[in-house]
Design a protein around this ligand. Structure first.
Ligand code: CO
Length: 134
């Protein structure tokens, strides 16, 4: 069911420093920071030959990244995102298997303008998984 690794999302407390680290030390192509108010994050996209890394910093007071950084003050991997060909079919298959979704249970429009669902980390080895319609 799952296809390509779309991105790995990394929570950072200092987005400018993280952007410089990926650009200057790791030699990666990085975007300008982009505010995504609907998602409570500011993101820098790191484009790799085979996938992307997203550096996420909190935006606003109710950011999910803010809560993550309270528990993980140095930052860290927040979630990984796999592509699926049909988000509705994927959701139905997961629910039928007993997996839990975070949030309302219906696909929501994610940071790339495509429908996504998030799977409960307790059902997937402690990893927060995002599925995105390819
Ligand atoms: Co994501």
């Amino acid at each position: 069911m799952i296809g390509r690794l779309n991105h790995v999302a990394i929570a950072v407390k200092d987005l400018a420093a993280a952007r410089a680290l990926y650009r200057d030390v790791l030699g990666a192509a990085v975007s300008e920071p982009q505010d995504l108010p609907a998602h409570g994050v500011t993101v820098v996209f790191v484009t790799l030959p085979n996938t992307k890394v997203e550096l996420l910093a909190p935006l606003g007071t109710a950011s999910p990244i803010g809560r993550f950084l309270e528990r993980n003050p140095d930052g860290g991997i927040h979630h990984i995102c796999y592509e699926v060909p049909d988000i509705g079919a994927a959701r139905d298959r997961l629910l039928a298997s007993g997996a839990r979704l975070l949030g309302p249970g219906e696909p929501q429009i994610g940071a790339h303008g495509k429908p996504v669902v998030f799977l409960h980390p307790k059902d997937f080895g402690g990893v927060l998984i995002e599925l995105e319609q390819a």
